[in-house]
Design a protein. Structure first.
Length: 217
């Protein structure tokens, strides 16, 4: 896509179902390209942890595996992007057609490329069910990427827990929501010629190599 062309501001959206690797690969891609990384999942968890107005409003939806209403997400994202000078890599937003419209109309940001990570549902369920996180956001997996001491974060010694929205029942609900509300958005971006689909199964290094190839050509 010519991500390094002079004078061109690139906004890349990374889309995929829960546990498809959006955060991991989006963060790495932002470093590679010198773009700001904006993850709405991190924004939501920060607001919830701070117990501010937006966080309290969002928490009930998150705990049930439901999408946080567009209005709340757009308000959080608008605040975050106000501090962003150049291009961005977005992961976790937009997730609906309405959010895409808000991104363009209210935030003034349109994508130059949309990366779609594709992972089978059973693989996603296994990834999410085994995920453990510390209060500071460091992520592990009980089998694929365990901490050295079970239940304790290697980095800061904080206890590891399963997120309330990582139960099997909630996982199935989140995947259903993705199919119903996010896949139509992927179809819309595809009709605009913006989508590059990437196989999200395999070792992280291999998946990221495919992501980078999709972006840089």
């Amino acid at each position: 896509m010519g991500a390094e062309e002079e004078g061109v501001t690139h906004h890349i959206i990374v889309i995929g179902p829960p546990a498809s690797g959006k955060g991991t690969h989006g963060q790495r891609l932002s470093v590679d390209l010198g773009l700001d990384h904006v993850a709405t999942g991190d924004l939501l968890r920060t607001h919830v942890a701070e117990r501010d107005e937006l966080g309290e409003a969002a928490e009930d939806y998150m705990s049930q595996g439901q999408l946080v209403p567009d209005e709340l997400v757009v308000r959080m994202l608008s605040e975050r992007l106000a501090d962003t000078a150049g291009g961005v890599v977005l992961d976790g937003f937009p997730r609906t057609v309405a959010q895409a419209d808000a991104l363009a109309d209210q935030v003034g940001l349109g994508p130059t490329l949309v990366i779609v990570l594709e992972v089978p549902e059973q693989v996603l369920v296994e990834r999410i069910a085994g995920r453990r996180v510390c209060p500071n956001g460091h992520v592990y997996h009980v089998s694929a990427d365990p901490s050295e001491q079970p239940g304790v974060c290697d980095i800061d010694g904080e206890p590891l827990e399963q997120r309330p929205d990582d139960t099997p029942e909630t996982i199935r609900e989140r995947l259903s929501v993705y199919r119903d509300q996010t896949e139509p958005l992927v179809d819309r971006y595809a009709r605009q010629g913006l989508v590059s689909r990437v196989d999200g199964v395999g070792e992280p290094e291999d998946v990221y190599a495919r992501v980078r190839q999709a972006v840089l050509g």
